[in-house]
Design a protein around this ligand. Structure first.
Ligand SMILES: [Zn+2]
Length: 145
């Protein structure tokens, strides 16, 4: 299995992500969520349940977590530069996440975006979907603690 590392982050560098995808980037179709929040950020999400995600936050005070919709997931936004980094959901001490495909460094060519509408799912269906398709190997590192 080929593991390629992909890097990204917010604009100012406060939040960095390091991702291990298990397939070629072109085989992932970023999911453009149609909720008002994600639409206004132009966000679309990539994740790989077999891959891994490391999120490094330099200054916790400058990272904002925002809840919207049913409030089950947290959206990580850099307060310093305003970039939406990704969505997180924790359950039973386990952290799941999907990353905004637009925050990758350099040329990462994902597949075509697909439109998704999680707001049409029930709360239980949403959680089940996140646990199926989001990263489940997620590490969150704070440099300032
Ligand atoms: Zn930033």
């Amino acid at each position: 299995m080929m593991l390629s590392k992909t890097y990204g982050g917010c604009h100012c560098g406060n939040i960095l992500v390091e991702i291990e995808f298990t397939r070629a980037p072109g085989t992932y179709n970023p999911r453009a969520c149609d909720c008002d929040f994600c639409r206004k950020h132009g966000a679309s999400y990539v994740s790989d349940p077999q891959g891994s995600l490391l999120v490094r936050i330099e200054n916790e005070r400058d990272s904002g977590k925002y809840r919207q919709g049913s409030g089950q997931a947290e959206l990580l936004v850099c307060r310093n530069c305003g970039v939406l980094v990704g969505a997180f959901y924790s359950s039973d001490g386990r952290l799941y996440a999907a990353v905004n495909a637009k925050i990758m460094d350099g040329q990462v060519s994902f597949g075509a975006e697909q439109s998704v509408s999680p707001k049409q799912l029930t709360d239980g269906e949403k959680v089940g979907r996140w646990q199926d398709i989001w990263f489940s190997k997620v590490s969150l590192v704070h440099d300032d603690v």
